[in-house]
Design a protein around this ligand. Structure first.
Ligand code: ATP
Ligand code: MG
Length: 569
């Protein structure tokens, strides 16, 4: 490809609308253009990268046993009504009505479609396992489309669905996909972590988010500085912290005027926060009150709490009257003397405290010498706190660190959620009818491209990992009007192509500075400069975009040296 034949309108200025680097750079490098909020056209450079990402995904999906198919984007409402998701999917679903008044949606995902596809054909355990995937546009009317391709309303997703005869099979499929995803992100040259995720609404089973580490990411993740453990901050498990044993003292009530926050109490009584018990009161969507207690210097993790409250879909802060109705006093709460039958959840670390301070359920009073094992009755003990930097790893002796990342892919086991609702059953070895065990596995192709840029850029532009660069190499003749330079540049370009290198020849007649700036902005991994010295002394320069390292070689050596350098990149 020659630049004079490439539609890549680069911009000198950073467009004001773009907040994050990937969005700014994709606009400036002439890769994408906005059509409307969350809707983008992909120009040739972006599309080349998209195709390379898709090729890697396809190879790994096929190698893991996946078969590529293509299902309709336009999906009939009936199958969503059958699964029960039509009414609950909400405003994010793009709904359309045809000329006959029938309702459809533009697929935000394809569980219903794929399950109804297999249910009529797969009848026997002999036809399982089955893995079907597609790479196509998905539609979600996101409340806040933003950050360019990172959160669009139309976006490209690879989605694979696995069908197995039993749980063991499902877990095997999950493992295959987990490994395939690991290969995909490794091959793309990205720094990522498979992060244990909360699979919330889907319930039960396993889920990992493949998270590309980058500051602009919306996910906060905790990872161990020693072992492989990583989890979303909501999910990160925490060990019990045992306080040093003390002699158990008698409970004592203290007047603590106006000390309605944990900080005020700690200061008033001269206690460290680790000696205080913090209370947080929630109310569920069915108005049940849930009282939660963590150590004073810890925070409650409401995702962990919601998972412990059967039937609850949402939690909100409890109203004062609701707290009073169960015997609590807002600002001065503890599990002591709460009305019987009230849901009280105490963090497991709190149970190991000695002679602590907690509310007395009476305005302006606290207890000291609270010993949870002695004083708390009818409480649920569980890990309900939020991870913090420096916490002990639940799996080794290491410590947790916090970082931000971009969820580029996610893998889930679904169990029989969809196969039961949509009657996708088969006959097992004994002729018994069973629902299929399913899994679903998505990769955001555009978001992965954006994440790659977030992780790989500098003040001059993008620094593509070679596997997904729109071109691996750009050949730049310093003076496009000089026939001898052009001839040598053409020669190098041809030899690169013959050696299997994905090269671009910048044959524009523009100034060298303009071409160099574009090369840095677009971020080709290697730039080869053909100049006067090439003509006169048979030397040309190879420059590595990431490191700025340069190597000079003869024209005849250029292709061979480029291949060698690309291998090492
Ligand atoms: P998020 O929590 O970021 O909204 P999600 O968990 O709803 O994403 P999934 O249903 O797991 O997304 O979709 C699989 C993948 O599709 C995600 O990991 C992500 O890479 C991509 N994706 C999801 N929503 C969008 C979007 N609005 N724009 C671009 N990519 C998206
Ligand atoms: Mg997800």
């Amino acid at each position: 490809m020659r630049t004079t034949n490439l539609y890549a309108p680069t911009l000198r200025e950073t467009p004001a609308e773009a907040e994050v680097r990937s969005h700014q750079l994709m606009l400036r490098a002439g890769m994408i253009r906005k059509a409307a909020g969350g809707l983008y056209s992909y120009l040739p450079l972006a599309w080349r990268t998209i195709k390379k990402i898709e090729a890697i995904i396809r190879e790994e999906m096929d190698a893991a046993g996946g078969q590529e198919i293509s299902m309709p984007i336009l999906q009939p409402a009936e199958i969503w009504q059958e699964s029960g998701r039509w009414p609950v999917y909400g405003a994010e679903m793009v709904r359309v009505t045809d000329r006959h008044g029938r309702q459809f949606c533009l697929g935000p995902t394809h569980e219903e479609m794929v399950t109804t596809l297999v249910r009529d054909e797969v009848r026997s355990y002999k036809q399982l396992p089955l893995m079907l995937y597609q790479i196509q546009n998905k539609y979600r009317d996101e409340i806040r489309p933003r950050f360019g391709l990172m959160r669009g309303r139309e976006f490209i997703m690879k989605d694979l669905y696995s069908f197995d005869k039993d749980e063991e099979g499902m877990n095997e499929s999950y493992k295959k996909m987990y490994d395939a995803y690991t290969n995909i992100y490794n091959r793309m040259g990205l720094n990522f972590r498979p992060v244990e995720a909360d699979n919330g609404a889907i319930g039960g089973g396993h889920s990992h988010e493949f998270t590309v580490l980058a500051e602009a990411g919306e996910s906060s993740i905790a990872y161990c500085d020693t072992c492989d453990y990583a989890a979303s901050d909501e999910k990160a498990e925490l060990k019990v912290i045992k306080a040093a044993e003390e002699e158990i003292l008698p409970l004592e009530k203290k007047n603590t005027p106006d000390c309605s926050t944990i900080e005020m109490v700690a200061e008033y009584l001269g206690l460290p926060m680790e000696k205080c018990i913090k209370a947080v009161a929630f109310q569920t969507d069915t108005d049940e009150v849930v009282l939660c207690f963590v150590r004073g210097d810890h925070e409650v993790n409401d995702v962990k709490v919601i998972n412990l409250v059967e039937g609850a879909l949402e939690l909100r802060m409890a109203e004062d009257d609701a707290i009073r109705a169960v015997g609590g006093c807002p600002g001065f709460m503890s599990p002591i003397d709460i009305k019987e039958g009230t849901k009280i959840i105490v963090d497991h670390t709190v149970m190991e405290m000695y002679n602590a301070c907690a509310g007395a359920n009476e305005k302006d009073f606290h207890y000291i010498n609270v010993n949870p094992k002695r004083d708390f009755k009818d409480v649920v003990v569980a890990d309900i706190r939020m991870v913090q930097e420096g916490d002990c790893c639940p799996h080794c002796n290491g410590h947790m660190k916090m970082t931000r990342g971009i969820e580029a892919g996610q893998v889930f086991t679904l169990g029989t959620k969809y196969s039961e609702a949509l009657h996708a059953t088969f006959l097992d070895e004994n002729g018994r009818e069973k629902p299929m065990m399913m899994g679903c596995y998505g990769i955001g192709v555009g978001r992965t491209m954006a994440a790659a840029i977030e992780q790989n850029n500098d003040e001059n532009g993008i620094i593509w990992p070679k596997a997904i660069a729109p071109f691996e190499v750009v050949v730049v003749p310093v003076n496009g009007k000089n026939a001898q330079q052009m001839e040598l540049a053409e020669k190098v370009y041809k030899e690169l192509k013959d050696a299997g290198v994905d090269a671009l020849l910048d044959d524009r007649k523009d100034r060298a500075g303009v071409k160099f700036k574009d090369a840095d902005l677009i971020g080709y991994p290697i730039r080869i400069t053909v100049g006067p010295k090439t003509v006169e002394e048979d030397v040309l320069e190879l420059k590595v975009r990431r490191t700025g390292e340069t190597v000079t070689v003869s024209v005849g050596e250029a292709a061979g040296k480029t291949v060698e350098m690309l291998t090492d990149l």
